[in-house]
Design a binder for this molecule. Structure first.
Ligand SMILES: Cc1ncc(COP(=O)(O)O)c(C=O)c1O
Length: 414
């Protein structure tokens, strides 16, 4: 049975409430990004459009910390970038080692199992990260073709250190993949220094855009590996472009060999580029680079520091190993005798502020509070803390009033 809808609402203009999105993402997009998205559409082979595509490639290289030629967009949400990377790197039967410390590590395993890979894992409990030694031991144990991990896993709010990670993989002859959806634009990405082969992201967190485009960067080594798997779609074959000898990539849409041909000067037709999302991705990157990477990371750090200080001042306990917490999303335990969902509802209804719930083993136990991109601002952090303090008070959680905001202000400036 289709859901019955009020005919007045059905035909009404979209007029969403002005919510402040302080969860683990999505967050409020920067107004400049929304404006860029309303610019006129172009045909995908229009020289202006292909010019914008080339600019996007150049704009994302510093954001990924790379000189990789193949730095571009996969159309779709961040998960599209993950799926494109994995399906293009991994063939059925390949052994892949997943470094798993949360929901998104599990997601990598799930996508890989669907591809038909032999999935091996090294794991840490939610709230911790996996040591480099454990990764090295995992590689030695299973001799993987690919090692895949997450940079910041929003499900646990932990960030996996990646210095030395790629070198371990390369020494063992394995390619490496990192999902940086939750950190791109907010914490340093250093694809080249980490020596990792493929890194992908999404717009809707620290880049301050809407979801729907997945920036990706691919090392030359990985690009060669993927090109060896090129099997051009029949209707676009050309005598000057040869197929590779490797196994055909099992997805057409996420076939990065064809996507690279599309973004190259061959401009081989693949999907119809999502023009408005490309404008969004371009504007996000421009804003990041105008602010400057170091200044942007410092702003996210100040926001995270202030949020944590305010929460601690309220007597709340922060989740996860302190040394490995993401700076842009903070996990905080729901206090005893407080109903987490009632507080979230009050935050939304009384203050128009959204904070995040959690899933898996953390469901009902922690809230996840983000300060990312356009929302990593002092006043938004302070408003969130003041609202949370009031909502906790409404639930009978006793604390001296007005304690969180001054603590957060001091921490912001520290
Ligand atoms: C670390 C991480 N990876 C992947 C995703 C999936 O992103 P999307 O929902 O845009 O596909 C998310 C979304 O929260 C995420 O936090």
């Amino acid at each position: 049975m289709p859901i019955e809808l009020d005919p007045m609402l059905l035909l009404g203009e979209i007029d969403p409430p002005q919510r402040l999105l302080m969860g683990p993402g999505p967050i409020n997009a920067h107004p400049r990004v929304l404006r860029a998205m309303s610019a006129d559409l172009l045909g995908q082979f229009d020289p202006e459009m292909t010019g914008y595509m080339n600019q996007v490639m150049a704009l994302y290289r510093p954001i990924f910390g790379t000189a990789n030629r193949w730095t571009m967009l996969v159309d779709g949400t961040a998960r599209a970038g993950i799926e494109a990377a994995l399906v293009s790197l991994v063939a059925p039967g390949d052994v892949v080692l997943v470094v798993n410390f949360g929901r998104f590590g599990l997601l990598l395993g799930e996508i890989l199992a669907r591809i038909g890979a032999v999935v091996e894992t090294v794991e840490a409990p939610w709230g911790e990260i996996v040591s480099l030694d454990a990764i090295a031991a995992g590689i030695a144990r299973c001799q993987p073709k690919v090692v895949a991990t997450i940079h910041g896993d929003t499900s646990t709010t932990m960030v996996q250190p990646l210095d030395g990670f790629g070198a371990l993989c390369r020494a063992a002859g394995a390619l490496s993949y990192v999902d940086a959806t939750a950190t791109i634009g907010g914490m340093e990405l250093a694809a080249d220094r980490w020596e990792v082969d493929v890194v992908s992201g999404g717009l809707q967190k620290c880049l301050g855009g809407p979801s729907g485009s997945a920036p990706i960067t691919i090392s030359d080594t990985a690009a060669e590996h993927i090109t060896r798997r090129r099997h051009l779609e029949q209707g676009i074959r050309r005598p000057d472009i040869a197929d590779g000898q490797g196994p055909r990539i099992v997805s057409n849409y996420f076939d990065l060999a064809m996507v690279m041909d599309y973004w190259s000067d061959k401009r081989l037709n693949h999907h119809t580029e999502a023009t408005s999302m490309l404008y969004a991705a371009r504007e996000c990157a421009r804003i990041v680079l105008e602010e400057g990477l170091a200044a942007r990371y410092a702003r996210h750090e100040a926001a995270g520091r202030a949020m944590t200080a305010g929460l601690r001042a309220m007597g709340l306990e922060i989740f996860g190993e302190d040394a490995h917490r993401m700076i842009n999303v903070t996990g905080v335990f729901v206090p005893k005798d407080v109903d987490g969902e009632t507080v979230r509802l009050a935050m939304r209804e009384q203050f128009e502020i959204e904070i995040g719930t959690a899933f898996g083993p953390l469901e009902g136990r922690i809230w996840r509070i983000g300060a990312m991109g356009y929302n990593a601002m002092k006043h938004k952090v302070l408003l969130t803390l003041a609202a949370l303090e009031a909502c906790l008070g409404m639930q009978g959680y006793s604390l001296p009033p007005g304690i969180a905001v001054p603590a957060a202000m001091r921490a912001w400036d520290a």
